[in-house]
Design a protein around this ligand. Structure first.
Ligand SMILES: Nc1ncnc2c1ncn2[C@@H]1O[C@H](COP(=O)(O)OP(=O)(O)OP(=O)(O)O)[C@@H](O)[C@H]1O
Ligand SMILES: [Mg+2]
Length: 270
């Protein structure tokens, strides 16, 4: 049985359908990237998978040993959330709440889990800092550690790199890759970044025109009209930048990257 199965799923707000006919499966260990324009329904689908939004039609079925409350979630960020007045450790620990039932305090097991995830994401030295004083990249790492506290199985990430600079973005993608490959956690990530999606994900779900335009492997996705029309859009931006002289980089004394940081920057530009 698949980890998550969606069959002819639809979602509506106030009787207006925003997504319909979604049919796809997610297997243990997959890395699924959900693509689509603003308003395509990506966040709505994430909430549907979490049980926070009821489908107007169709079904979401979980594999035998998975429950919605065992899914880690990094929500799409809003300015209010970025201003949250709690310590990093408190924010990470709050990821354990869903598994605690009615118990009103954190036990040894939850504290150890939070410490383990902060260590894995290299944020232990930030643990007593106030969350709202951190940089955007540090905040996203904290939220990733929080999501990991809720699960050993699946994490849902809604635009985890939105607003991050290219270097921090690539580090974030590498962390997510490690979580998937080394920790064996299934990743479902919403993104607007087609390049990264096709580089890191195993599967793609492309939403548009209130339905799914594609679901399948990354390999198959590269042969679709949805992929090519998006890539043509990317090319158009590149041609516009070239015409406007915005693609020029300052000439470097030594064009070869010397440090790891420069190497990463070069990777981002490719
Ligand atoms: N609470 C709500 N009440 C009414 N309509 C909503 C609500 N939330 C979302 N919608 C509508 O549902 C559609 C899908 O929204 P959703 O936020 O899921 O899109 P998205 O793909 O995540 O967009 P973005 O890329 O901008 O985050 C949009 O038309 C949006 O206006
Ligand atoms: Mg969204």
């Amino acid at each position: 049985m698949s980890l998550i199965t969606c069959e002819d799923l639809a979602f509506a707000y106030d009787g207006v359908t925003v997504l319909r006919h979604l049919t796809f499966k997610i297997e243990q260990g997959d890395y699924l990237c959900i693509l689509g324009e603003n308003g395509a329904g990506k966040s709505t689908l994430m909430k549907g998978l979490l049980g926070l939004k009821k489908p107007s039609a169709g079904t979401v079925t979980f594999g035998e040993d998975l429950r919605a409350r065992e899914i880690g979630y990094l929500p799409q960020q809003t300015p209010v959330q970025k201003d949250f007045p709690a310590s990093v450790r408190e924010v990470v620990l709050s990821g354990c709440l869903s598994g605690m039932g009615m118990r009103p305090f954190y036990g040894k097991e939850e504290k150890e889990r939070a410490d383990r995830n902060m260590k894995a994401l290299e944020i232990t030295d930030l643990k007593d800092r106030c969350y709202r004083d951190l940089s955007g990249g540090q905040q996203q790492r904290v939220l990733l550690a929080r999501a990991l506290c809720a699960t050993g199985k699946v994490i849902l990430l809604d635009e985890p790199v939105a607003g991050l600079d290219p270097l921090v973005t690539i580090n974030m993608y590498r962390l997510i890759e490690r979580i998937n490959k080394e920790m064996g956690i299934t990743v479902i990530m919403v993104s607007h970044d087609m390049q990264a999606a096709t580089k890191y994900a195993s599967h793609i779900l492309h939403l548009g025109e209130d339905r799914q335009l594609f679901f399948g492997t990354c390999e198959d996705y590269r042969h679709t009209a949805a992929y090519h029309s998006f890539m043509d859009g990317e090319k158009a931006v590149h041609i516009w930048k070239k015409a406007a002289g915005k693609d020029k980089k300052p000439r470097a004394a030594n064009p070869e990257p010397e440090t790891k940081e420069e190497e990463q920057k070069k990777e981002v530009q490719q």
